[in-house]
Design a protein around this ligand. Sequence first.
Ligand SMILES: NC(=O)c1ccc[n+]([C@@H]2O[C@H](COP(=O)([O-])OP(=O)(O)OC[C@H]3O[C@@H](n4cnc5c(N)ncnc54)[C@H](O)[C@@H]3O)[C@@H](O)[C@H]2O)c1
Ligand SMILES: N[C@H](CO)Cc1c[nH]c[nH+]1
Ligand SMILES: [Zn+2]
Length: 435
Amino acid sequence: MAGKVIRRLKAVDQDFGKQLDCLLAWEAVANDQVEAIVAEILQQVRSHGDKAVIEYTNRFDHRALKGAEDFFLPASALTVALGRIRTEEREALEFAAERVRRYHKHQLQESWRYTEADGTVLGQQITPMRSVGIYVPGGKASYPSSVLMNAIPAKVAGVDAVNMVVPAPKGKLSDLVLAAAAIAGVDKVFTIGGAQAVAALAYGTESIPAVDKIVGPGNIFVASAKRAVFGHVAIDMIAGPSEILVICDGQTDPDWIAMDLLSQAEHDEQAQSILLCPDGAFLDQVESSLQRLLVGLPRAEIARQSLADRGALIQVESLQQAIQISNGIAPEHLEVSVKDAESYLPEIRNAGAIFLGRYTAEALGDYCAGPNHVLPTSGTARFSSPLGVYDFQKRSSVIHCSAEGADTLGRVARTLARGEGLEAHARSAGFRVKE
Ligand SMILES: NC(=O)c1ccc[n+]([C@@H]2O[C@H](COP(=O)([O-])OP(=O)(O)OC[C@H]3O[C@@H](n4cnc5c(N)ncnc54)[C@H](O)[C@@H]3O)[C@@H](O)[C@H]2O)c1
Ligand SMILES: N[C@H](CO)Cc1c[nH]c[nH+]1
Ligand SMILES: [Zn+2]
């Protein structure tokens, strides 16, 4: 690996499975140390509220906050930022917001009900959550696009209060982030981040209201904090460092593929970029493209480290094998850059978002295709889905028995209740039975 920009693996190698496990083992490495730090932060914020939030924010984000008024942004700050950004930027944000809104409207779940022959009505009522906290990352880069991706589905669902936290390292916060909050209709903005922000949203402080659910991506401190507060509040998923897995048949421009890998590597040293291809010569080409294209990228150092520590170019036996490996990895983003990409879709089981065809750069999904870019990472796409409107809607069962229905159901319930030794249940059901 010395001197190489990215490691090379071969799926035929005997120890390939072991090598792949090492490559994917992000959480196992980081968890122990981070969990201890996060537990302490959560406990301090729970006990000391704003005071602890201020202390941690000053320490980790190099700020000089004195009181809550220093981390709360009034609505006017958002509209001022919206007026300050360039027209081209405002139009791009509005264009993206509109596409994200349109896509997410398709996800709205409707209440439903049906009536049985005896007049009993059964159904499911959908209600939006009352309040949610959206975490917008801001340590190493600022993410106006993440504001849209988090806030718009919540608003489409009809959430009353959408409160946003975003760190402002050294007091700096991009106007684009605030403008995006204005466009998406965010209700309150607090300029705090990390585990202390998650704790404040979960437990509430003197100036930050507790919410019902916390959503949004973040670094390992944020991910650990969300995991720890789960149960006290709901969370969407653990969305950690970005990942991209590309399956290519070797016929796409190697520069395109290399830049797609770099697009996620530049997020974070711990981001993961993997290419699977049956053609070894193509992997050579992508490797030299990576070398060349890294030069001049503003975040080259982050991307270089991400590729070196967590990236891989993997030669596979066939595209079928590539899909099998990808299903095992369950990547956040999967690009299928092959001829007739659609035909492989039914075989893809585990991926946060699937980008089909040579033209579908993952970066389009990050900003403006429409689907959400908050996606399950670290293999959790095996059981989690993209952030969506459904994350902000709750379901309640509805049961309305007619007298006749209560008679029929009461007889059955009474028998079953006695079988369970629960006599009050049996009598409650039995009172409505016409003997
Ligand atoms: N999955 C997605 O949809 C998506 C979208 C955008 C970004 N991301 C990912 O989100 C992450 C953003 O990370 P980030 O660091 O830029 O921003 P972040 O906002 O997640 O984290 C910054 C905060 O981390 C805390 N922190 C930093 N060092 C600490 C320490 N030593 N101890 C305790 N707390 C500490 C600080 O409180 C700081 O405010 C990246 O991994 C990126 O890949 C994911
Ligand atoms: N790729 C990130 C999700 O993993 C989302 C993002 C925001 N801005 C650019 N990219
Ligand atoms: Zn991205």
